[in-house]
Design a protein around this ligand. Structure first.
Ligand code: HEM
Length: 155
């Protein structure tokens, strides 16, 4: 079905951008940025978040809109949705809640502290962002495997 193909396209792109970005941030940028001096490192993260996090918002909106569209049409509603779809929704909402907290809490405080050149405070807020990402990245990897393989589970 054309519409389902389109919805899946947005869904997959949202997942790839969000989870891939979290992976690159934690596994690649973090060690790379570790070589920089304190203020420079914090400024790098500040501009990384300013550029990446809007894409996470786009991804979240695309994932939700396409996911629930498929659930309601292609899958015929919430009732009788297979286990993997419910798992995807559950972990997906956990990820979204953690992201919303990260964005409005530690990310905002980190941005303000960096702009005020309060480096110890900025470093502390950045550490909280890191901790949240340390939870959300494995969640994201798990959801991608659930979403991609679930249709073959047979239950
Ligand atoms: C929160 C609400 C969500 C809903 C209602 C939802 C719903 C769906 C549905 C209906 C499918 C199609 C399943 C199939 O074709 O067998 C799907 C697939 C998928 N979803 Fe979600 N999803 C949600 C969140 C997420 C999140 C947060 C991610 C990843 C960050 C994600 C990643 C995937 C992936 C990778 C697929 C597989 C696509 C494929 O097989 O080609 N979903 N989802």
């Amino acid at each position: 079905m054309m519409e389902t193909t389109l919805a899946l396209t947005f869904h997959i792109l949202g997942a790839v951008v969000w989870v891939g970005g979290m992976f690159a941030a934690y596994v690649c940028l973090r060690p790379a940025a570790g070589a920089l001096e304190g203020p420079q490192r914090l400024r790098l993260w500040r501009s990384f978040f300013a550029k990446f996090l809007p894409w996470v918002w786009v991804s979240v909106l695309l994932l939700l809109a396409s996911g629930y569209w498929m659930l309601l049409t292609t899958f015929g509603g919430f009732k009788g949705a297979p286990l993997y779809i419910n798992l995807m929704q559950a972990v997906g909402w956990l990820m979204i809640a953690l992201f919303v907290w990260l964005f409005h809490g530690p990310r905002l405080k980190f941005k303000r502290a960096t702009d005020a050149q309060d480096w110890p405070a900025a470093a502390a807020h950045l550490n909280r962002i890191r901790q949240i990402n340390l939870v959300n990245l494995p969640f994201g990897l798990i959801v991608v495997v659930i979403g991609g393989s679930g249709r073959f589970w047979g239950f």
